[in-house]
Design a binder for this molecule. Sequence first.
Ligand code: MG
Length: 207
Amino acid sequence: MDLLAPLREAPEETALLFDVDGTLSPIAPRPELARVPVETRVELARLASSYLLVACISGRPGEEAAALVGLDGIRYVGNHGLELDERASELAAQIAARAELEQVAQRAREEGLDPRWGRKVLEVRPSVAADKGTAVRALLASVPARRGLYAGDDTTDLDAFQGLATAGLDHAVRVAVESDEGPQELAAAADLTVPGPEALGRLLATL
Ligand SMILES: [Mg+2]
């Protein structure tokens, strides 16, 4: 059975969601060296003009993900979906405050002081709840999507798979982009696997 056929048949009600690093772009030695292959960019541009929604959910800040993929007509969500959380600015402030407190605690430890007071302050701060699954559900809820695909390569993409599967779609396809470092659970949870970002580009050409 061709799992992609229902997507191809109804692009007007289909959302295509992608992780970026290791999924659209091959893993690079340094983040700034990452590139999306031109063949993949051509397909993404075509899909963005014919499908209901094409979106990228990245661990990078949204602007950086947008610059890396470099295409209009695509929605970019950064920081593993944190940017879609309605409490985004509040959470960002909390993360910054937490990082500052951790530095203070670290300096205290380096000076031989007891940083327990610091830990106490850290503990009362709420944890960040945003994840890729939440971002996937929020994106799908923002459009009249009935069918969807999510492709990813890493542990955080398991959340996105879960988000796609629980969004109430008529047809959902989870694609694992395999790599040597990638988690085995991802392929186990996927409906389809491809051997790398270039192969994902070829899969997109069939949509
Ligand atoms: Mg990735």
